[in-house]
Design a protein around this ligand. Structure first.
Ligand SMILES: NC(=O)c1ccc[n+]([C@@H]2O[C@H](COP(=O)([O-])OP(=O)(O)OC[C@H]3O[C@@H](n4cnc5c(N)ncnc54)[C@H](OP(=O)(O)O)[C@@H]3O)[C@@H](O)[C@H]2O)c1
Length: 283
């Protein structure tokens, strides 16, 4: 194989895992090409799921890709991209915990099947929910800081919360492994309801933080009122219902085994970011 065919492309490189996958590959001496919507650095190329004309230049000569799905309706673009990526040998797909139990027409499961069925080498990463969701990089970080509330319709359901940096480390390992690592369920070392996460953030930050659990219907109505697209509301409702049913509660050993160390803990993450939650948001 030529050196060019070994080139690695990282998608979602501005995201919670992608940025750390890029850093880990650079640290390992294999600087990747990064595909982003707004390229700034010289190693970055433009890649937008909504603009198929950006795919071929980004994939040119690429042998392995870290694939972060488009947020909505992922099957058509991923199927089309895989069909045109001739040099691609290995896809490391960021999927989700529990997708193997879904029917084949579930979009996230369909993407897993397309990757496993259509690629020479494949690695499916199925992480539990990221701790980063509620921290400085997360969708709900500012909300927690502003309101002191973690809002999710999960009731008492437990989450085996995982640090996205550990997931990224496994992605980088897979991308440089030369062959696919198969399907991996990546969880943190402990499982807890979000009320416990809230208590720990409160203790570390010195601010009252609580978990608020609306019903699924209330949660969807809030999203609709905020103008979120219907497809996104449907997707979120699906993962929230799964979480409430305990799909993301079990603890698996894949992460510890592949890291060859203990995965990062909830407490480590909370202590590391205590200052973020402690600071009040400017009015
Ligand atoms: N969050 C979790 O707890 C969690 C847990 C398990 C699995 N996952 C999976 O991880 C994946 C990513 O979710 P995340 O929450 O962690 O998000 P994220 O990776 O932090 O952010 C999404 C990334 O996708 C990029 N992106 C969005 N729209 C794009 C487009 N049209 N074209 C190209 N790139 C685009 C964003 O780039 P910009 O900077 O340009 O917006 C960003 O880099 C999802 O498939 C999800 O199922 C997430």
């Amino acid at each position: 194989m030529t050196l060019d065919a070994d080139r690695i492309l990282v998608l979602g490189a501005t995201g919670k895992t992608g940025r750390h996958v890029t850093d880990a590959l650079r640290a390992a001496g294999v600087p990747p090409r990064v595909g982003v919507r707004r390229p700034a650095a010289s190693h970055a190329v433009r890649f937008d799921w909504h603009e198929p004309s950006t795919w071929a230049p980004a994939l040119d000569g690429v042998g392995a890709v870290y694939l972060v799905k488009p947020p909505i309706d992922p099957v058509p673009p991923i199927t089309a991209l895989l069909a045109q990526a001739r040099d691609l040998r290995h896809v490391v797909l960021l999927s989700e915990m529990g997708r193997e139990r879904k029917p084949a027409d579930d979009p996230e499961r369909a993407v897993e099947l397309a990757v496993a069925g259509g690629c020479q080498e494949w690695t499916l990463l199925r992480p539990s929910w990221f701790l980063q969701n509620w921290g400085p990089d997360g969708t709900w970080g500012e909300q927690v800081r502003r309101t002191g509330e973690i809002v999710l319709p999960s009731g008492d359901a437990r989450f085996s919360l995982v640090d996205a940096r550990d997931v990224a480390e496994i992605a980088a390992t897979a991308l440089t492994a030369g062959s696919g690592l198969g399907a991996l369920t990546l969880t943190g070392p402990e499982s807890m309801p979000l009320s416990e996460l809230a208590s720990r953030i409160a203790a570390a930050s010195g601010r009252p933080i609580r978990h608020v659990s609306p019903t699924l219907e209330e949660s969807q109505a809030q999203l609709r009122a905020s103008g979120a697209p219907e497809a996104w509301i449907r997707y979120l409702a699906g993962i929230e219902a799964d979480a409430a049913a305990g799909v993301c509660a079990p603890i698996h050993d894949d992460l510890r085994r592949l890291l060859r160390r203990e995965p990062r803990t909830v407490q480590e993450y909370v202590d590391e970011h205590a200052c973020f939650w402690a600071r009040p948001v400017a009015p």
